[in-house]
Ligand binder design. Structure first.
Ligand code: GLC
Ligand code: CA
Length: 599
């Protein structure tokens, strides 16, 4: 054989093999978070996406870790804890708002969309933090608050000056000479009024939230372009996505009329049904999102039907949304989160999560959460924070979150089973929601005692108390005076103590993320509710490619029995919050177990 020919044949063969290897690695990277560890044949799962396989950890920067002793958590504080965050086995971090803000609503009132809140640090601190996350293969999702800005934003400062100011149309106005504006309810106004009079121009501006959060006018293309360019600014820096604050509220019912009677008891529903909401999100997709490989999560209290409009791939809008149905269970209707004295039934809880699973079984993708910065601590609300059950029930709830067919959103501190602080005095609260509802109820002569008791369960500040790192003063969160009190239980409930304890909630959470990563059945497997009418136990199977898992969760402080419909003695325990598991279907208080069933 001609030597030259032989040489080229061998060379091209080598190149061919090399390129084949490269292709297969690329594909793996694109479709799979961690394919080399998975135990289920990955090629048989259609439409895999990294954000479906991710566990998202939510950081509330103000309360995570303070680096300079001013009592407020900051970006450098987060950077100092990167190894801890990595050790949790999570894939994505969602940061609550970090843009410039006067903090009327703790960052949900942005005064500059392309700058860092001064309390949180500088742009250099941000770049360093982002690099630190990326070096550890953790993606970073920021919070985009685009339904409203701060009244201290330059746009609003200009807009309120005169009716012909170039920024006037960035907001929604109602001129005094047109009479009283049609009633709009504000969620955070001491009187509940959604229009605020602005004397400079003898007109009212619209604010669904506080008076310092004027709603942006999305009808104005300039407003939309401003938001898109802010988004591009962060994406060009390497940010991996956005969680979009009340994105379903951006389109308003113009011209403003009286709210139809059917929505009188649910203003949120009315605000979330604006005629152009999908048109705007589609435009945002075309102009920004489609140009980047990023993840999007819309906060949208949508119906199941409308949820599809946001997330179905052929809609070209968002990847996921989160609804409020689950977390609303157990409150009196249309109340200021007043707890229903009858509590909530596990069958209703199961029904909600089962319906939402079913909703996305064929199309779209689901999310699951039990807590966030707007909700109390999950262990107090859905488990049991009494000393003997706090850790057990918290692990049980974590098991629920990490075994659903949905991307789990897990709130900081829940891995430590942190619980509600339950303030007695209104003076201890920092949240505008609690403070203004208190004022409203007081001025209406309402039942303040009932409100304060309900707040011990429901108030947002319960989940916003600082992270308890160790047993030193203020739980090691700050060397100064914390902006919001640290839960006094930090002496026993803290990360340092849990690192040392093999059975701690922290180490249990790590095992859960590891298992979910290894076992794609937990991500993609078909979900089937088992023993539907059981008021004590939530049980379900997850099935994929011939593999079948069974999850058993006892939601009660007493021993409960489940009718699993299978012979449990043949099942293999993958993970549980007790050492033993009894194969007769009896579960100990708050027992959680993930089993693999044999065929
Ligand atoms: C969203 C946020 C909440 C905020 C509100 C107004 O619901 O999650 O924290 O107060 O919008 O921006
Ligand atoms: Ca600080």
């Amino acid at each position: 054989m001609n030597r030259k020919f032989y040489f080229y044949t061998v060379l091209s063969l080598i190149l061919l093999i090399a390129s084949a290897c490269q292709n297969s690695t690329n594909q793996t990277n694109q479709t799979n978070v961690n394919s080399n560890q998975t135990t289920t044949a990955s090629n048989e799962i259609p439409n895999r996406k990294w954000w479906k396989e991710a566990v998202v950890y939510q950081i509330y920067p103000r309360s995570f870790k303070d680096s300079n002793g001013d009592g407020i958590g900051d970006l450098k504080g987060i950077t100092s804890k990167l190894d801890y965050i990595k050790s949790l086995g999570i894939d994505v971090v969602w940061l609550n708002p970090i843009f410039s803000s006067p903090n009327d609503d703790m960052g949900y009132d942005v005064s500059d969309y392309q700058n860092i809140m001064k309390e949180f640090g500088t742009m250099e601190d941000f770049d360093e933090m982002l690099k630190g996350f990326h070096d550890r293969k953790i993606k970073v999702v920021l919070d985009l608050v685009a339904n409203h800005s701060s009244d201290e934003h330059k746009w609003f400062q200009e807009a309120k000056k005169s009716r012909d100011n170039p920024y006037r149309d960035y907001y929604h106005w109602w001129n005094e000479e047109d009479g009283t504006p049609p009633k709009r309810v504000s969620f955070f106004d001491p009187k509940g009024e959604g229009w605020k009079y602005s004397p400079e121009t003898k007109s009212y501006y619209l604010h669904y939230f506080s008076q310092k959060q004027p709603d942006l006018n999305w009808e104005n293309p300039k407003v939309r372009q401003e938001i898109y360019s802010a988004m591009k600014f962060w994406f060009d820096k390497g940010v991996d996505g956005f969680r979009m604050d009340v994105i379903h509220f951006i389109s308003k019912d113009k011209p403003f009329k009286e709210i139809p009677a059917e929505f009188k008891d649910d203003y949120g529903k009315f605000y979330g049904s604006g005629p152009k909401r999908h048109e705007y999100v589609q435009e945002m997709y075309r102009e920004v999102l489609s140009k980047y490989d990023v993840m999007t999560l819309g906060e949208a209290g949508a119906t199941q039907e409308d949820a599809h409009n946001y997330v179905d791939e052929d809609r070209h809008e968002l990847n996921m949304i989160y609804h409020y149905e689950g977390v609303s269970l157990g409150y009196l209707p249309n109340s200021k989160k007043i707890i229903d004295p009858k509590g909530w039934k596990l069958t209703d809880f199961k029904d909600i999560y089962t319906r939402w699973d079913k909703n996305f079984a064929e199309k779209g993708w689901n999310t699951v959460y039990l807590a966030n910065h707007d909700q109390p601590r999950m262990v107090t609300r859905w488990g049991n924070d009494a000393t003997e059950f706090r850790e057990l029930s918290s692990k049980m709830l974590s098991t629920f979150l990490l075994t659903q067919r949905a991307t789990p959103y897990y709130f900081q501190g829940d891995e430590l089973a942190m619980s509600n602080i339950k303030f007695d005095k209104i003076e201890d609260y920092r949240d505008i929601e609690s403070i203004n509802w208190y004022k409203q109820i007081k001025s209406e002569g309402g039942d303040l005692k009932q409100f304060m008791e309900s707040q011990k369960i429901a108030a947002r500040d319960n989940s916003r108390t600082p992270i308890q790192w160790d047993e030193t003063e203020n739980g090691g969160f700050t060397t100064g005076s914390p902006w919001l009190k640290v839960n006094p239980n930090y002496k026993t409930v803290n990360a340092a103590a849990q690192e040392k304890d093999e059975n701690s909630p922290l180490n249990y959470f790590r095992k859960l993320t590891e298992l979910r990563k290894k076992e794609l059945t937990l991500v993609y497997g078909k979900y089937t509710l088992v023993d539907k009418d059981n008021e004590n136990v939530y049980a379900y199977t997850r099935e994929l490619n011939g593999k079948k898992l069974l999850v058993l969760l006892n939601f009660k402080a007493t021993e409960s029995t489940v009718n699993a419909g299978v012979d449990l003695s043949k099942a293999k325990v993958l993970l549980g919050n007790y050492k033993d598991f009894s194969t007769d279907g009896k579960l100990k208080p708050y027992q959680a177990v993930i089993l693999e069933l044999s065929n």
